[in-house]
Ligand binder design. Structure first.
Ligand code: ASP
Length: 426
């Protein structure tokens, strides 16, 4: 005890600081470095790339092992189906709300008015929408090793669910395999904790690079789109998600907002919700008290199929492009945008820039000019930062609600003040 106190006394300011505070400091210093260095800030990018690589290294083994353990600890297959259905419904419904907010913001603020778009060749190819049957068939991996090697999360989920259920059905004989997965999963949780210690530095490097790359000259003409997307994102998380947490979940929304700081910062700087998964799972279990079983199933699913921020961004951008080209949208166009975006978000990977490709799909469906994409592409990284953050916050919100409804949310952990977890996270 005395030893710990002396250690604590000796430890400097930095090592005693909670992880989320370090991440925010890293972000602020990164912005400053980017502003001072300009394009030269690119030399700091490798620090960020190191962090992204380290976190990507975790995804496949973490999702696979923890998902198998999630199923084997849940014996009851009916419960599993129920959780899957609840998550799917919540994911789709919140996405439809997100895109409506995006459209509403686009109508209200008209970000495209007064911009003369020059018709240039857009460098982004339109993406063909896969049919529902194709999407469903693609979820079953022909070769699970290939799915693991290429990091196809949806296929990994299907295989891990199948393996988990089969291990349950095999009873005694499968015990050693279950124990193996349990101890591997524990190891992966520990490794995640270690990798997350790099977050403040990685975030610093990434932020410096982005701030240095996009000087004010590129931003100013499109500042309205950026501001509208950011305001929409903030409303979606602070008003809509918090509202659902307190009404449907009967939980304190402030705790939810506090708990999401770490994964939100990682999502903001890495612009990949799949890449943020390890941080998201850690926050759901350690900060919000959701059981590992629920988190390891609902979160990977969300990282692949739930893209509220992306849908919101598409609403704003579709309207921006229509306004900039002087095209009037009809009511059925709006409905078409809502439907296409909601469906397109399923099956699109949570990787940087995926939303821009999906935007091409929405534009083609509604018949809007593809040239608009070229302009959006110039500022896409900045928009991606906001939408990925919302994507991750949405995954966490649904996980908390599903956890609560299944009695798998430890409210003492959820309501614990974040200072109580400091020693572990610092
Ligand atoms: N980058 C986003 C994500 O990973 C997807 C997108 O580009 O909208 O969630």
């Amino acid at each position: 005890m005395q030893h710990a106190t002396i250690e604590q006394f000796r430890a400097g300011f930095w090592s005693r600081l909670a992880l989320w505070k370090k991440i925010l400091i890293g972000m602020a210093l990164g912005m400053l470095a980017g502003a001072l260095l300009g394009p030269d800030a690119e030399m700091l990018k490798p620090i960020g790339t190191l962090f992204i690589n380290a976190i990507k290294m975790l995804i496949v083994p973490l999702v696979f092992c923890s998902l198998v353990v999630g199923v084997t600890s849940m014996q009851d297959t009916r419960k599993l189906g129920r959780i899957g259905l609840k998550s799917l419904l919540l994911y789709m419904a919140t996405t439809a709300v997100a895109i409506s907010i995006g459209l509403g913001m686009g109508i209200l603020f008209s970000p495209g008015e007064g911009i003369n778009m020059v018709a240039t060749d857009s460098g982004v190819a339109a993406k063909e929408a896969p049919t529902l049957v194709e999407t469903l068939l693609n979820m079953v991996p022909k070769n699970p090793v290939d799915a693991l090697a290429t990091g196809n999360i949806l296929q990994i989920i299907v295989f891990a669910l199948g393996l988990g259920i089969a291990l349950n059905l095999s009873g005694e004989k499968a015990k050693p395999a279950v124990q193996l997965f349990e101890s591997l999963a524990e190891g992966m949780y520990k490794l995640t904790e270690l990798v997350m210690k790099l977050a403040p530095y990685g975030v610093f490097g990434l932020m410096a690079w982005v701030a240095g790359k996009y000087g004010m000259e590129i931003l100013l003409p499109l500042i309205k789109v950026i501001v509208v997307v950011y305001i929409g994102c903030i409303i979606h998380v602070v008003v809509f998600y918090s509202g659902l947490i307190s009404t449907l979940g009967r939980l304190n929304p402030v705790r939810y907002l506090k708990g999401l700081v770490n994964p939100a910062a990682v999502a903001f700087t890495t612009t990949s919700s799949s890449g943020t998964l390890p941080a998201t799972i850690k926050a759901a279990t350690e900060e919000m008290g959701v059981s590992k079983g629920i988190s390891s199933f609902v979160l990977p699913l969300g990282a692949t199929i739930n893209m509220d921020g992306t849908a919101l961004y598409q609403g704003v951008c579709a309207l921006f492009i229509a306004q900039a080209f002087g095209i009037d949208l009809t009511f059925s166009d709006y409905l078409l945008i809502i439907m296409t975006s909601t469906l397109a978000s399923i099956g699109t990977a949570g990787v940087p820039g995926a939303g821009l490709i999906m935007l091409s799909l929405v534009l083609t469906t509604v018949g809007l000019p593809m040239e608009g994409l070229a302009i959006i592409a110039g500022i896409d990284r900045i928009l991606d930062m906001a939408r990925t953050t919302v994507n991750v916050c949405g995954d966490l919100m649904v996980t908390v609600l599903v956890g609560k409804s299944e009695n798998e949310l430890d409210e003492t952990i959820y309501n614990r003040s974040s200072t109580a977890v400091q020693p572990e996270l610092a």
